[in-house]
Design a protein around this ligand. Sequence first.
Ligand SMILES: [Zn+2]
Length: 280
Amino acid sequence: MNWITNFVKPKLQSFVGKKEVPDNLWETCPKCSQMILKRELKVALYVCKHCDHHFRINAKDRLESFFGNNFMIIETPKIKSDPLKFKDSKKYVDRLKKAKKNTELEDSVLVASGTLNKTKVTVAIFDFNFMGGSMGMAAGEAIVTACNYAKKNKLPLIIFSSSGGARMQEGILSLMQMPRTVIAVNSYCKTNQPFLSILTDPTTGGVSASFAMLGDLILAEKNATIGFAGSRVIEETIKEKLPQNFQKSEYLLEKGMVDFVIHRKDLKKKIISILEFLNP
Ligand SMILES: [Zn+2]
């Protein structure tokens, strides 16, 4: 790498307005269209240095940014995949296979336990890259596993949501994960340990309509989309124009739906200070 690729190339590309990246070393910011080196982006916790846009972050990077190497993955029970033998333009089993290969995950939620500044915690992290972070039986099982593990070991529970909602390929079985996860969270809360729900971009559909809104404290990352139905659907239904920042973290904070809106670089510090304050 030299000054031509580091400096001249992004300048030239921003000048000619080319958005496609010719190689895989660069990422283009979807907000300001500036090019950023992928390794720089990772160090910056996937926040654009030009416009502060928070990129979606995968579950493994999120886990490492919180715990370094100091965590243990918690196995989640195997479930029967594709119980409905679902097929639309592609077979569900093929979509699953592709998602597993691309993300190196078994499904959309990763469960782990680690230590944050001397406090042991349990985390469940959605990965939006795995079929839009959709919640099917495996994701439901992962949330229940996280709740049970945290309950058994009397640990704070932190769930990072990033999801388009229920997994349509599993039909009613995916919708059943909404009450299941709510029951699991309610059962966990009897331990009097804190449940921190972290809403990241996007937290929508069945996830926002179930456990994600039940945190003792709800923290949202900056400028994340959080809602149930999409704003276009709502506009068409109520025949009214919605405010510009409707369903954004800052709007939800203003309306009292979330407790804090946090910049990603401050998130770990904030969680640590909340845990210290609550002294679980
Ligand atoms: Zn940007």
